[in-house]
Ligand binder design. Structure first.
Ligand code: URA
Length: 438
């Protein structure tokens, strides 16, 4: 097989065969195809797409390019969730304990933040001593014992995605529905869970800019997962404005704790409940949506979900005192109140700009080598639709270095005000339910 023929075929808009896709992924991981040829193929895919069969073949080839985790040692239905990435997205930290408190087994592998989006591992590591790297046996034992574990990838999972994603990042080929769907689903499928809840974000802070594109991505991922016997649902949710109020690692842990104690922001709490409902129903742990929502709400009211978070932190070596008393979590050196320069209703907040600002302040990283400052970030106290008077507090910036003038301008530049009242978009645009029964 000559790789140039595969490139030409896709350039002409033709579908690649299963053999051609398998050859591409294996030879690329083995270092037998140069990056310039793979870049050309990726660009042809961006321009001409892939059909459902090709996307599914690509997912399978990537999934089998490395280790596939066998979660067979965990009793009960294994559930997992994935978000396509956003600003202030601390969902796993609250949803995991809620679902575990209702009988789900959450065996989750998470990633680190890059650019404007945060990563669950960085958030958890703001808790002193928290260990994100367990052996596979310890991971399985912990999920059996307490119902949840959140760790970094073990072994050599989906090496094809690691190479391809790095190449896509520098060749303008990230924005492609089949490439995004296969990248995400290859990792989720290799991680072994039976029930997968996807949160597909759309808006200024997300890969998908419109809800229609996010629905197409969600449906594609559901189709891939269900064709392999997994139960998959996808929530399509707004990421024009940040999720919840806190952006930044320790600040988000604190907001997750607040949510588990019943005093979280309304939008974030609703997102956790909606995802949890679908996970419990698909896992057969609730009769229907009403039963699932009642169970999840009870897990918060009874304190059971909060206890699960504490149990996970303890099991992974973290300081439980910081969970019981979040004042003990890392703090920034300075806190600056950001007051409004104008009167009006907040019409728009650009999640991407606020996420990038939080990164520059120290809450994220521009390159994988950058060091995170765990106490830094932004806490919003008004969201889209709020009526604001000049001088009223919009947010607090938590920073370790003196406030920079360009941060201040970037902060105010993220907001658009309107004289007219603004109707806030619903956070959840749609829930796509795969409906498959494994
Ligand atoms: N997240 C991924 O894991 N892969 C993509 O291609 C895009 C988002």
């Amino acid at each position: 097989m000559r790789f140039v023929d595969i490139i030409v075929k896709k350039r002409e808009g033709l579908a690649l065969t299963t053999e051609e896709i398998n050859y591409w992924i294996k030879a690329y991981v083995d270092g037998k195809i140069p990056e310039y040829q793979v870049s050309a193929l990726l660009m042809a895919i961006v321009l001409n797409g892939m059909d459902a069969r090709e996307t599914s073949d690509l997912t399978m080839a990537m999934m089998h390019s490395g280790d596939v985790i066998d979660l067979g040692g965990i009793d009960g239905i294994k559930v997992d969730k994935h978000s396509t990435g956003g600003v202030g997205d601390k969902t796993s930290l609250a949803l995991g304990p809620m679902v575990a408190a209702c009988g789900g087994k959450l065996a989750k592998m998470s990633g680190r933040g890059l650019g404007h989006t945060g990563g669950t591992l960085d958030k958890l590591e703001s808790i002193s001593g928290f260990n994100c790297y367990l052996t596979k046996d310890a991971f399985i034992k912990q999920v059996n014992d307490i119902g949840l574990a959140i760790i970094g990838q073990t072994g050599d999972m989906v090496p094809a995605d690691k190479k391809l994603y790095a190449l896509r990042d520098v060749t303008g080929t990230v924005d492609s529905l089949p490439l995004i769907a296969s990248s995400i689903m290859s990792k989720k499928l290799a991680a072994g869970s039976e029930v997968i809840a996807l949160d597909v974000k759309y808006g200024s802070g997300a890969f998908m800019k419109t809800p229609e594109d996010a629905v197409r991505l969600g449906q594609t991922m559901i189709d891939i997962g269900t064709s392999l016997g997994r139960k998959v649902c996808a929530m399509v949710t707004d990421m024009d404005e940040p999720l919840g109020n806190a952006i930044g690692n320790a600040l988000e842990v604190r907001e997750a704790i607040d949510t588990l104690c019943g005093r979280g922001p309304e939008d974030f709490t609703r997102l956790c409940l909606t995802a949890g409902v679908h996970m419990l129903v698909q896992a057969g742990l609730a009769r229907d949506a009403a039963d699932a929502e009642a169970k999840l709400t009870r897990s918060i009211e009874s304190g059971a979900a909060f206890e699960k978070l504490k149990a996970m932190v303890k099991a992974q070596g973290g300081d439980v005192c910081q969970i019981e008393n979040p004042e003990l979590l890392p703090k920034s050196v300075y806190i600056t109140e950001m007051t409004s320069r104008e009167d009006g209703h907040i019409a728009h907040m650009e999640a991407m700009r606020l996420g990038t600002l939080a990164m520059k302040i120290g809450a994220g990283r521009e390159t994988m080598e950058d060091k995170i400052l765990p106490g830094t970030g932004i806490v919003l106290c008004a969201k889209v639709g709020s009526r604001i008077e000049r001088g009223q507090v919009l947010a607090w910036i938590y920073h370790d270095q003196p406030l920079q003038p360009d941060w201040v301008e970037e902060f105010y530049g993220s907001y658009t005000f309107s004289e007219q009242a603004v109707c806030r978009k619903p956070l959840i645009y749609k829930v796509l339910d795969g409906g498959a029964r494994a």
